[in-house]
Design a protein around this ligand. Sequence first.
Ligand code: NAG
Ligand code: NAG
Length: 327
Amino acid sequence: MTFYPCVLVNVVSWIFPEFKFQWLVDETKRNLPLELDFVCEGNNAERVARMLKQFSFLKVPKIVWDLTTERVLTMEFCDGGQVNDKDYIKKHDICITEVTKNLSKMYSEMIFVQGYVHSDPHPGNVLVKKTPQGTQIVLLDHGLYATLTSYFRVNYSKLWLSLIASDVEKIQKYATRLGVGDLYQLLSCMITARSWKSISSGISKQVTAEENAEIQQMAALYLPQITDVLSRVSREMLLILKANDLLRGIEYSHGIQASTGYFLTMARHCVRAVYEWRHHQCGSRWCRVRVACAKHWTLLRIDIYELLLRWSDSALIVWLTSRFAVA
Ligand SMILES: *[C@@H]1O[C@H](CO)[C@@H](O)[C@H](O)[C@H]1NC(C)=O
Ligand SMILES: *[C@@H]1O[C@H](CO)[C@@H](O)[C@H](O)[C@H]1NC(C)=O
């Protein structure tokens, strides 16, 4: 039995298999009629291909509509190796850190900005393939998609920004909005796969072996509370935890761990989600101009921060990070 040192959700499903089973069954039942309709799956595939067309690395197999009915789905054949297939990746000389970086960009766009999320994220649905234009990521199985409410999407984005900025008060505020109340520290650990100590002192630092041991211990110690968190949050949050698991699982199976770059990618998407929502709420042109400027300024600060990080890890940088917290 492999034990994921940092994936709390997996630990829960390992110890309480029936628990995970239950919510998965509910989830699946809810979507069953849709999943059986392949016309719907074809439409989902085309929608997501359009929505993510800016990512040149992403390949969604084309649907052959002439040969597709409610009961038969015909699509372009795409080959490649599963994203957790170590041998394949090594043999084809694929850079796995780049794959996870691209995957997290793609998932961040789906979750934070678009609110339309592939709901069956497991390694079998993600193939990688080396092409002359670069490494391609093939996303399969479009039967199940979840649409996130803007309530969830925007408040979850703010939670992430607070996590990255180590702003404990705001972490509590936004975690409470997602329904966990006093278990906000635990939820934070579950979505970041970091210890509370590192969340409250700066998540952008590298994970140490010591921290991993701490998280592992915590997972065992707080099992009942973890179950409690899972029962309090919405289906949307469960789905997001599942998507997190996909990324963490891939990283774990290849022996790499989320770096600063990963958190900055998330931060950029969260900033876009929050400001684009504000923009949408604006009643006047002046308000829209102001919000657009604030958005670009915040994104620019993240770029500067990333540049600075290349050569130092100083207090100035910590100060700068705290500046892109969005109220
Ligand atoms: C990641 O995306 C970039 C373009 O955004 C692409 O050039 C590169 O090949 C991709 N790499 C992988 C490993 O997916
Ligand atoms: C976030 O949560 C607050 C408090 O529950 C709610 O009033 C607000 O509308 C939510 N944000 C969005 C964009 O829906």
